[in-house]
Ligand binder design. Structure first.
Ligand code: 8VR
Length: 478
């Protein structure tokens, strides 16, 4: 896959970046007035994460960001996607802001700009202030209002220097795992509450987009400012071409893709699924202004986080060709998402150590399908990467599988561009090794290794030098 004689199909203003999330990288969990997030509290409960790992220290980026940004500059990064920790800015989730938290992000942004690295800010990468969870979290309209206040604070303090923004990261995951499987906070298995919480996320997004437009109208965001939404992109394919598997796959697409993308790209839910949810669970409940708010929330771009495809099979107990919107047949309590179809393994495919299928073409296929449904929207590939236990040979981190993985996916991004998809940037996950939410530090993604036995010393991996070459050749050498 690696070759050095490809001409670049990437536009000259294409952004080569890398990504992270506050809880996974920062540490400083209670430093300088930061309030606890739901992840601080959840990960401290026994049995919730791999070997009890948590983000108390993580990569200690909070204290070492200058060193990290210098490494980014050395790699040639043109953009860095990071998230803001809401409780670092607003320890109670709303009300009084924490000056030290504002200073931290302000300094980080200045440090990036010093090297010409464009910041891309994610407002919400899962670390809700615990104080807001205590009043109902995303199930409460008060959290929606608090999010708008928080978004405005961010535009106010950082909007003068930051063009690229996104509101939420992967609603499917934090709602799915927070309210359906229970593996993430708040640890519930309650679809009804999850669907309502998810609705509030879309409304919070809408309000934050509207607030962004206000700031743009007042010229308080740089020209070229854009706001988007980041979703996991998981193309589904039926494991056989039987009508039952095809119907199950269509259902998986509706529930796991269209439910999450339609509200932010079309301003409405897929009607038949909305009907099914309301018949089954009586949710989402709409406040009077919600329908209009959804219509007004259309993003400037969509960020896609692509790791894998999912193979789908029919659940023999459910006939998806019969389930629809009538509420009479089959739409009953199965609408807990998974009952309507099954995720299956394809023995012909290659998988990572964490059982994620390696399928580079899916990056292109997924964006083509989204373009078919939503039109010619700009895409940023906001995450993509290989989670692995990297081999260390004579003190060097030789992460060739990561290079192969990323190289294959850059090929797929190039072929998407050649087929007319508007791809604006590529942000591998992650720049440095960081905490995996549930998997601790053993699942590494970074270009930079962190020696946890040696004062968190940073060490460049083989992939660091490889990515340097990718960037300096604008993707021609990969
Ligand atoms: C995305 C998340 C990001 C990371 C990457 C890799 C995990 C991890 C689950 O779903 O936005 O935070 O999360 O995927 O996978 O291992 O930390």
């Amino acid at each position: 896959m690696m070759s050095d004689n490809k001409t670049s199909t990437f536009p000259s203003d294409f952004l080569w970046g890398a990504a992270s999330a506050a809880y996974q990288v920062e540490g400083g969990h209670d430093a300088d007035g930061k309030g606890p997030s739901i992840w601080d509290v959840f990960s401290h409960q026994p049995g919730t994460t791999h070997e009890g790992t948590n983000g108390d220290i993580a990569a200690d980026h909070y204290h070492r960001f200058k060193e990290d940004v210098a490494l980014m500059a050395e790699a040639g990064l043109q953009s860095y996607r990071f998230s803001i920790s809401w409780p670092r800015l607003l320890p109670e989730g709303r009300g009084t802001a924490n000056a030290a938290g504002i200073q931290f992000y302000s300094d980080l942004i200045d440090e990036l700009l010093k090297y010409g690295i464009k910041p891309m800010i994610t407002l919400y990468h899962w670390d809700l202030p615990q104080a807001l969870q205590d009043i109902g979290g995303w199930e409460s309209r008060e959290t929606v209002d608090a999010f708008e206040q928080y978004a405005r604070l961010c535009y106010e303090k950082f909007g003068d220097r930051v063009e690229l923004w996104s509101t939420f990261n992967e609603t499917l995951i934090f709602i799915g795992m927070g309210y359906f499987t229970g593996a993430h906070p708040p640890g519930l298995r309650n679809p009804k509450r999850g669907i309502q919480a998810c609705h509030h996320v879309f409304i919070a997004h809408a309000k934050a987009v509207k607030a962004f437009r206000d700031y743009q109208a007042e010229n308080r965001i740089p020209a070229g400012g854009q706001i988007g939404f980041v979703n996991v992109m998981q193309p589904h394919d039926p494991i056989t071409d039987s009508p039952a598997d095809i119907a199950a796959c269509k259902m998986a697409d509706d529930l796991l893709t269209h439910w999450l993308y339609d509200p932010v790209l079309k301003g409405e839910y897929p009607a038949h699924i909305l009907n099914m949810a309301q018949l089954t669970w009586g949710v989402p409940e709409f406040a009077p202004e919600d329908e209009d708010l959804l219509k007004e929330n259309i993003c400037d771009f969509i960020g896609v986080n692509y790791y894998k495809r999912e193979w789908i099979a029919a659940n023999p107990d459910v006939d998806n060709t019969q389930i629809n919107t009538t509420g009479e047949k089959g739409s009953g309590k199965e609408f807990g998402f998974k009952g309507l179809f099954k995720f299956v393994r394809n023995p012909e495919s290659t998988y990572t150590d964490w059982d994620w299928e390696i399928y580079p073409e899916g990056l292109c296929v997924g964006m083509m399908r989204l373009k078919d449904r939503y039109g010619d929207i700009p895409f940023y590939i906001t995450e993509n990467g290989l989670g692995a236990k990297d081999p260390i040979v004579d003190g060097e981190i030789v992460d060739d599988p990561r290079i192969d993985y990323l190289s294959g996916h850059i090929d797929a991004a190039a072929s998407a561009i050649e087929q007319g998809i508007n791809v604006r940037g590529y942000y591998p996950w992650s720049f440095i090794d960081l905490l995996s939410w549930l998997n601790g530090y053993q699942k590494q993604y970074g270009f930079v290794y962190i020696d946890r036995d040696n004062d968190l010393a940073r060490k460049r991996k083989k992939s660091f030098y490889w990515y340097q070459g990718v960037i300096s050749s604008n993707g021609a050498i990969r």
